[in-house]
Design a protein around this ligand. Structure first.
Ligand code: GLC
Ligand code: CA
Length: 530
């Protein structure tokens, strides 16, 4: 069966600031990434999603871009970027850039022009009103910021330093197409599209995500940039769901390859405090989030399969009893790996990295977390409750430096890391885990070897998805079936020993070796019937 090339990739996400520092300034950079490409290759990933490295004042760590054509000096030079593309190519790795199309930095030349006067040619690249409404920004405060030069307010969904762009302006669109083609022409495979669902916004009607013009905008972007090329595109879509996802992903609509939905996380938000006070983990609800995605119309959708990214707390800290971190980290990865879609691995997951465990609120660096402290206290939480909320879900949990080697700062930097490191001992490093055949890292390699194996590739890509034991309180289990062959995945998401369900076929992957007729805590077994 003919299928698009993107369906055979495993994507590894790099948060450049925290991956590898090469010059001792405590901040990861492109030269550092180049020095670690072999790790990604050996792991079994075939593509890299690089969080933004463009010029930026770094109010939101690069998600506030001031020049889309220039690499920020903190990360290196444009030549370093060319080198990275070349070095990826040498190893058969594809490179995916993170494109922030919804907003720029307030230091972008367009915005500096736009705010000067109402008749400036760039004025309409942004959104201006005489009167603000009561919309509240994702990072706190009003979505409208007063600009004294022209006595009007501009719109920003995130920080005031991230003014939103007006995608209904033709000239803006053309600028963006030109810029995206510039990077595609350099050999980049595609884009992860930041908060893409907001481009069709209508602030006067208080609509941000999934606005009425959204899909014609995305369709146009595709047509003028990546659409005609062999490419991959992944849209970030927090406010979308398994019903409207087809609008982005149905191949006939010529929009995106796939989108990130977040309902495995957002379904645990509390009513009053959202993510800052998550409801207790409930296995059937978590399972439903994944199964809901898998059981839709396969011709109209291709899923993203991920637990973590740079905005989420580490899944191993959320879903696994700390006494079983090693077994649980393996189980989590393999439990969803055999679903239909593109697997994403966030840096550090492959060695079981966990949440930050910072002792003080002053250790946090993320703009969202810092603002949340004061807002949560204002909204009625005690200082301690607010701290616990931040500690559990702060984006900094995923942003602590990568743990490479058994030496100071885990080999991430020779200087002082920009963000404190974890409290782990050196066993949790790439260096140590690479030597240990029972490590999480070794398990990831083994599992990805199976994922790529020709023998199973077609079932994993095209097989139908059948929920299995879906009345269980503790199991995530499913079958993938293609003609007379099948894969069966059974994972125990609890710290309890449970009666072993009936398994059939040959065991091709498991995280624990024993002969007992039980599923141990966090055990996973994958079998093949062929
Ligand atoms: C996305 C990014 C996040 C960023 C926000 C604003 O959600 O993943 O890190 O803060 O967009 O650009
Ligand atoms: Ca550096």
């Amino acid at each position: 069966m003919k299928h698009p090339s993107f369906q055979d990739h495993v994507v590894y996400q790099i948060y450049p600031r925290s991956y590898q520092d090469s010059n001792g300034d405590g901040i990861g950079d492109i030269k550092g990434i180049i020095s670690r490409l072999d790790h990604i290759k050996d792991l079994g990933a075939t593509a890299i999603w690089l969080s933004p490295v463009f010029e930026s004042p770094m109010e939101d760590n690069g998600y506030d871009i001031s020049d889309y054509y220039k690499i920020d000096p903190l990360f290196g030079t444009n030549e370093d970027m060319d080198e990275l593309i070349k070095e990826c190519d040498k190893r058969g790795l594809k490179l995916i850039l993170d494109m922030v199309l919804n907003h720029t930095s307030d230091q972008h030349k367009w915005f500096k022009e736009a705010k000067k006067s109402k008749d400036n040619p760039y004025r309409d690249f942004y959104i201006w009103r005489k009167e603000p409404n009561d919309m509240i920004a994702t990072f706190g405060g009003s979505m409208w910021e007063y600009s004294k030069e022209t006595d009007e307010y501009y719109f920003h969904m995130f920080a005031p330093a991230q003014p939103d762009l007006n995608w209904h302006n033709e000239a803006l669109r053309n600028e963006m197409y030109k810029m995206m083609n510039f990077w595609l022409d350099k050999g980049v495979y595609g884009f992860r599209l930041d908060v893409i669902e907001n481009l069709g916004k209508e602030p006067d009607n208080k609509i941000c995500s999934n606005g009425p013009t959204l899909h014609s905008i995305i369709h146009d972007i595709s047509k003028h940039t990546f659409g005609p090329r062999d490419s991959i595109t992944i849209g970030e879509a927090w406010g979308s769901n398994s019903q409207n996802r087809y609008l982005y992903t149905d191949p006939e609509r010529e929009e995106l390859s796939m989108i990130f939905l977040f309902d495995h996380f957002t379904r645990f938000y509390s009513d009053k405090y959202g993510k800052w006070q998550l409801k207790p983990f409930d296995m059937p609800s978590l399972r439903n989030a994944f199964f809901d995605h898998q059981t839709g119309d396969p011709n109209k959708n291709w899923d993203t399969i991920f637990w973590n990214n740079h905005d989420l707390p580490r899944a191993v800290s959320r879903y696994v009893d700390p006494n079983y971190r090693k077994d649980g980290a393996k189980m989590l990865f393999a439990s969803t790996l055999f679903m239909r879609g593109t697997p994403f691995i966030y840096q550090g997951d492959e060695i079981g990295m966990a949440n930050a465990h910072f002792p003080s609120k002053n250790d946090y660096r993320d703009v969202e977390s810092i603002n949340a402290f004061s807002d949560l206290v204002k909204d009625g939480l005690s200082a301690e409750e607010a701290f616990n909320g931040i500690a559990a879900v702060s984006r900094d949990n995923a942003r602590i430096p990568m743990q490479w080697e058994a030496q100071e700062n885990f080999g991430f930097t020779k200087g002082t890391p920009w963000l404190k490191g974890s409290i782990d001992d050196y066993a949790w490093t790439v260096e140590e885990e690479a030597k240990d055949p029972t490590s999480i890292l070794s398990f990831y390699k083994e599992a990805l070897g199976i994922w790529h194996d020709e023998k199973y590739r077609a079932i994993i890509r095209d097989g139908s998805f059948l929920p299995h034991y879906d009345d269980s309180r503790h199991l995530m289990a499913y079958q993938r079936v293609l003609n007379d062959k099948k894969l069966v995945v059974i994972a125990n998401f609890s710290n309890e020993e449970i009666i072993k369900p009936i398994t059939e076929g040959d065991v091709i992957l498991r995280n624990l070796e024993h002969e007992e007729n039980v599923m141990k805590p966090y055990e996973i077994i994958v079998t093949y019937v062929g």
